[in-house]
Design a protein around this ligand. Sequence first.
Ligand SMILES: [Zn+2]
Length: 219
Amino acid sequence: MRGVLILSGGVDSTTLLYKMLSDGYEVAAITFNYAQRHKKEIDCAKTIAERLHITHRVVDLSSLASLLGDSALLGGKEVPSCHYTEEAAKKTVVPNRNMIMLSVAAGYAEAHEIPEVFYAAHKNDSTIYPDCRLEFVSALRPAIRLATAWHPVELQAPFVDMSKAEIVRLGIALQVPYELTWSCYRGKERPCRTCPTCIEREEAFALNGRRDPLVDEGN
Ligand SMILES: [Zn+2]
């Protein structure tokens, strides 16, 4: 089995990578530089891919940033210091990000005759970001199949009904090295522990009776 995985370097996609390898997949990972403020996650993705000796491509989409508005993730608006709320989600959304990345990943898969593309959208994200919802996955799946008809590519989002805490539970069982992952939108040396993704990440570990290893390292 072969699959292309969109690997951000965060908790969810890294857990999915370990799950795919555990399920017997040969994984080709693809990471996008979309001029995100937290570029550190790209280095994390590289480190993880190197450790696992998997094929890994970093794709530069940074020139798109100027088209995509003033998202906090692109250095426009301030990164909010609060739990995910509708307002915080609007500040951190990168318009149509997953559709853009999945289109590129599906093209890469088709070109290399790799039959599946995976991304790690999950239930927490689906309440705030439209391109993480089951409806989006269900609509895009046949569109990708139609667009890649000579070497059909199937879209897979196995975490779409799982919470982040459930993903971390799976990852603990798979011995995912979470100390190598990165989530914080501020992308400084240490996690800020106040942005929405830091709060969500720490909560996911706490719900499993664990501490986030990045926080444990001395924050
Ligand atoms: Zn943070």
